[in-house]
Design a protein around this ligand. Structure first.
Ligand code: GDP
Ligand code: MG
Length: 302
C-alpha cells in the first residue's frame, strides 16, 4: 500500500532559513536532509546561492530554502546580490526558520531581527549551538531575552551540528505548512544538480584551507564531468581575482591545491559512490565578484 494512503491529509510548503552568516543554517539543512548538499565552514558567507533541501516525511514534505546569510557591511556586488536573494526569498516562504547562535549576538543579528519584523511572515526561532554553552543555567535567561527581542514564544534550542532536538524543529514548522500534495519526488533531497553540489564541495575545501580575502576571491566552475562507468572524471576551474591569490591556492610546490583536491575528491566519491579522478585548474579572472556576467556563470542572478 502506498504510504500516503495512511495519511488523512498531506502537507507541503517552503521554509526559509534566515540568519546572519555563520549561525549554522547550512549545517541544519544537511542534518535535516541527511546528506551533505550545502557547504559549511567556520567562515562567514560561505553560502552564496539559494539551495533547496527537501525533507519528505510520511505525511508531509518540508522544502527548506538555505539562503546566503543576511549581513550589513560588505562592499561587493556579490554581497548585495546575496542580501537581495535572502530578503526576496523570505516572501516566498510559508514560514521562516530564523536562526541565532547561542554564543553570540551581533549587529548582523540586529539586522536579521529588523528584516524578520519587516517581512511580516510567521516564524519559528531556532537557538543553535547550545552544545557550546558550558553553563546550561544561561539557557533560560537567553530564551527570555530572545522572546523579548523577537516577540515570540516559539523558540527551539538546538544543536544542528550534533543533530539535537531537530524533531522539535520539524514539529514546530509543520504546523505552518498548508495542506497540499508533495511538490517533489519523495527520494529527491535537493533541486540542485550534482555538478553544483560538487563545485560547492570543492569551494568548501578552499574556504577551509585558505584565509583572509583568498576564499572570497574564489569561485568554482565544473568544466567537464564524464561518467566512465567505474570512474568519474571531473575537471574543475577555480577562479581567483588576482595572480597573488592563484599562487596561494596552488601553494608551495603545488601542496595546497593537492590537499584541496584530495579532500574534495574523498567527499565527491562518497556522494557518487564511485571512484573519482578530479583535476583542478586555477585561473585569474579579475573582478569577477563585481562582474554581472561572471556571477551569472556561477548561477548568481541579480
Ligand atoms: N558547536 C556547534 N557548531 C555549529 C553548530 N551548527 C553549525 N556549527 C558550525 O558553525 C559554522 C558555520 O556553519 P554554517 O552551517 O556554514 O553556517 P551558515 O553560514 O549559517 O550556513 C561551521 O563551522 C559549523 O560547523 C552547532 O550546533 N554547534
Ligand atoms: Mg550557509
Amino acid at each position: 500500500m502506498d504510504d500516503k494512503e495512511t495519511c488523512k491529509t498531506t502537507r507541503s510548503g517552503f521554509v526559509a532559513l534566515v540568519g546572519r552568516p555563520n549561525v549554522g543554517k547550512s549545517t541544519l539543512l544537511n542534518a535535516l536532509v541527511g546528506q551533505k548538499i550545502a557547504a559549511t565552514t567556520p567562515k562567514p558567507q560561505t553560502t552564496r546561492h539559494r539551495i533547496l533541501g527537501i525533507v519528505t516525511l510520511e505525511c508531509a514534505q518540508i522544502i527548506f530554502i538555505d539562503l546566503p546569510g543576511l549581513h550589513t557591511r560588505q562592499p561587493h556586488l556579490i554581497n548585495r546580490a546575496m542580501n537581495t536573494v535572502a530578503i526576496g526569498s523570505m516572501q516566498d516562504a510559508d514560514v521562516l526558520a530564523v536562526m541565532v547562535d547561542a554564543s553570540r549576538w551581533t549587529p548582523d543579528d540586529e539586522f536579521v531581527l529588523e528584516q524578520v519584523a519587516a517581512a511580516n511572515r510567521p516564524f519559528v526561532l531556532l537557538l543553535n549551538k547550545i552544545d557550546q554553552m558550558k553553563d546550561k543555567k544561561r539557557l533560560l535567561p537567553l530564551i527570555a531575552d530572545l522572546r523579548e527581542r523577537f516577540g515570540t514564544d516559539e523558540i527551539v534550542p538546538i544543536s544542528a551540528l550534533r543533530s539535537e532536538n531537530l524533531q522539535a524543529v520539524v514539529d514546530a514548522l509543520l504546523r505552518y505548512l498548508p495542506e497540499g500534495p508533495f511538490l517533489f519526488p519523495e527520494d529527491e533531497v535537493t533541486d540542485r544538480s550534482l555538478k553544483f553540489i560538487i563545485s560547492e564541495l570543492i569551494r568548501e575545501k578552499i574556504f577551509l584551507l585558505t584565509n583572509r580575502e583568498v576564499p572570497y576571491s574564489t569561485a568554482v566552475h565544473i568544466e567537464a564531468f564524464e561518467d566512465q562507468g567505474k570512474l568519474v572524471r571531473i575537471d574543475a576551474l577555480i577562479w581567483v581575482e588576482r595572480p597573488s591569490h592563484k599562487k596561494i591556492i596552488i601553494g608551495r610546490k603545488g601542496q595546497l591545491i593537492k590537499e584541496i583536491g584530495m579532500r574534495a575528491r574523498k567527499e565527491i566519491e562518497e556522494l557518487l559512490g564511485k571512484k573519482v579522478h578530479l583535476q583542478l585548474w586555477v585561473k585569474v579572472r579579475k573582478d569577477w565578484q563585481d562582474d554581472v556576467r561572471s556571477l551569472k556563470d556561477i548561477g548568481i542572478e541579480q
